[in-house]
Design a protein around this ligand. Structure first.
Ligand SMILES: *[C@@H]1O[C@H](CO)[C@@H](O)[C@H](O)[C@H]1NC(C)=O
Ligand SMILES: *[C@@H]1O[C@H](CO)[C@@H](O)[C@H](O)[C@H]1NC(C)=O
Ligand SMILES: *[C@@H]1O[C@H](CO)[C@@H](O)[C@H](O)[C@H]1NC(C)=O
Length: 180
């Protein structure tokens, strides 16, 4: 009886422990545009729903690019904004020390791309191979229940005469899928 009770309790506890690494982002839709083709060209492909490949050619060195990252999702008719900021691209490593979303993104990037977040950005060929996000590694809990998914828009800019000029942008529509 005692043993039975014990195993019942253990079974209940196990059921209660949130299953780690069970949620994965699926790329439902990806679209991208190049604003200044003299600076770059790129192609993006989604491989089996959850991983992303990209080829990026920087055709001219870029001294100090900026990027705006917008992450939001509509939950129960309300637009929830998780992040919406323009920062220097080469500040990413520094920001990642203080921001959990960026920290986890940086860890994932290190394994999947040769982007190094260093300035000036050289005239180089960059790639992303099998970029795959474990949704539960990011503090985006509320997005898990969003029926229409989670949108991420990344826009890159150069600064000319104190104005930001768009070089290119990419828009992802992600859904959160549970695996276990
Ligand atoms: C992008 O630029 C590179 C280098 O100039 C070139 O080899 C490649 O064909 C271009 N790709 C596209 C999709 O335009
Ligand atoms: C996607 O492809 C990888 C390797 O190519 C494979 O290990 C993985 O199981 C695939 N995932 C799905 C959801 O099909
Ligand atoms: C982010 O902020 C800008 C203005 O600062 C606004 O135009 C844009 O709509 C915001 N993005 C989202 C997803 O709400």
């Amino acid at each position: 009886m005692h043993i039975l009770l014990k195993s019942l309790v253990i079974a209940l506890i196990l059921k209660e422990i949130p299953c780690k690494k069970c949620y994965v982002f699926y790329y439902k839709d990806v679209s991208y545009a190049v604003g200044l083709p003299e600076y770059l060209n790129y192609t993006v492909t989604v491989v089996n729903k959850s991983s992303l490949n990209a080829e990026l050619y920087v055709l001219k060195p870029i001294a100090d690019p900026y990027w705006k990252i917008e992450m939001h999702s509509r939950i129960r008719n309300t637009d929830i904004i998780f992040y919406n900021k323009t920062t220097r691209y080469c500040d990413f490593g520094r920001l990642a020390q203080h921001n959990t979303i960026f920290k986890n993104m940086l860890l994932t990037f290190r394994e999947t791309t040769n982007l190094d977040f260093k300035c000036p950005v050289c005239k180089c060929h960059y790639f992303i191979r099998n970029l795959y996000f474990q949704a539960d590694s990011l503090p985006l809990g509320p997005a898990f229940s969003a029926k229409d998914g989670f949108q991420v828009i990344v826009t890159t800019y150069i600064k000319e005469q104190r104005k930001l000029k768009e070089i290119g942008s990419i828009r992802f529509l992600l859904s959160v899928e549970k695996f276990c």
